[in-house]
Write a protein that binds this ligand. Structure first.
Ligand SMILES: Nc1nc2c(c(=O)[nH]1)N[C@H]1C(S)=C(S)[C@@H](COP(=O)(O)O)O[C@H]1N2
Ligand SMILES: [Mo]
Length: 362
């Protein structure tokens, strides 16, 4: 077992992509429930994990209408508390499948577990902005700054990113101090982090200490260079490509595991589906004949817009090779793209191609 897992109170069977800083994803079995236990929640860290006590934590809020406003931990945690269940998804979830199309040296080969769900409690970002007296034009952006400096950030700078002001004011974006009813763990951004439900995980800035309302998106390396969709032959460069924000429709199979041998007879296939607004996931379809015919899985009840849906389907497995495909459908009838090859991009982001599984039925 990696000592980093024990150090950060993670279960010993996490799949570790990096020890320091810790980057790991849970085994798929840990994602079966609506809420992911904190010790199985994936970790995505670009730089060394800072240590800040609540007493030392300061947040500076700035923007049109006011000079920089310093806020302490107590001032933020005294604002009305809101709780919501939200799924965080790394934009690099399912990158390993893209790397199978064409390698991406140096990138973490995330499988299908760079996704987890927790209950978060915190103040509404909207309340913090209003309390600080910060205004902004309707098309303004809200930039967040953390304190961790990643080795790849050029020039060296703390981690940061931004979201549109309209999203910031929508009510679901929190400055969270609790995760699954415990104080927010340090590895997940404690004492306080941003939770921006429905957006890629990269926008949920951990150890947030700066919030600025400004005319355009953040110039931070992680908004302006990384976490952008580039054409296959392009090189990352400031402002190149499209910044990623809302989550694409996606799904994965949790059981059985890819490559497994399963007994003949009734076989329960289970998985998760996710989207920017999970209430708009209309169905998950499974094919056992290469996509010629599809059967609809049963979806678990929705737990609000920001939490994934689980699904299950019993199929009759006949001896021999069994190839399964799963895809989600939204309430417009749109579904996921068929091929990972067509989605390949240099950053390895936003792979939401059909999920494919090769099994053996004994
Ligand atoms: N300050 C800071 N915030 C950050 C990151 C980081 O490296 N530093 N990683 C981001 C990315 S890419 C993701 S996917 C989520 C992961 O959150 P988690 O580690 O709590 O799962 O945090 C985001 N916030
Ligand atoms: Mo991420």
């Amino acid at each position: 077992m990696h000592s980093a897992l024990a150090e950060w109170s993670k279960r010993p069977d996490m799949v570790v992509h990096n020890d320091a800083p810790l980057n790991c994803e849970p085994p798929l079995a840990a994602l079966a429930g609506e809420i992911t236990a904190t010790d199985g929640f994936y970790c995505r860290n670009h730089g060394p994990i800072p240590q800040i006590s609540p007493a030392d934590w300061r947040l500076t809020v700035a923007g049109p209408g006011t000079g920089p406003q310093p806020l302490g931990y107590q001032q933020v945690t005294e604002l009305p508390a809101h709780e919501l269940t939200a799924t965080l998804v790394c934009a690099g979830n399912r990158r390993a499948e893209l790397m199978g199309v064409r390698p991406m040296p140096g990138k973490e080969p995330w499988r299908q577990g760079a996704i987890s769900t927790a209950t978060w409690r915190g103040a509404r970002l909207a309340d913090v902005l209003v309390a600080a007296g910060v205004g902004g034009a309707p098309d303004a952006h809200v930039a967040f700054t953390g304190v961790d400096v990643a080795p790849e950030a050029a020039p060296p700078q703390p981690y940061g990113s931004s979201i549109p002001l309209a999203k910031a004011m929508a009510g679901e974006v929190l400055l969270a101090w609790a995760m699954n009813d415990e104080p927010l763990p340090r590895v997940h951004g404690g004492p306080i982090r941003v939770i921006a439900p429905g957006f890629i995980g990269a926008r949920s800035v951990k150890w947030v200490t700066g919030i600025t309302v400004q005319p355009g998106p953040s110039a931070n390396y992680f908004q302006n260079v990384e976490y952008r969709l580039l054409p296959p032959d392009a090189e990352p460069a400031p402002g190149a490509g499209t910044p990623l924000s809302s989550l694409p429709l996606n799904c994965a199979v949790l059981t059985p595991g890819d490559g497994a041998t399963v007994p003949a007879g009734p076989l329960d296939v289970t998985g998760y589906a996710v989207a920017e607004d999970c209430a708009r996931i209309a169905a998950v379809e499974v094919s056992a004949d290469g996509g010629d015919s599809w059967r609809r899985a049963a979806l678990t009840p929705a737990h609000g817009r920001w939490s994934w849906r689980h699904w299950s389907l019993s199929i009759n497995a006949e001896p021999g090779p069994l190839r399964l495909i799963a895809r989600a459908v939204d309430d417009t009838g749109a579904t996921q793209p068929e091929s990972a090859a067509a989605l390949w991009n240099p950053g390895g982001y936003a792979n939401n191609s059909w999920t494919r599984l090769n099994l053996r039925v004994a």
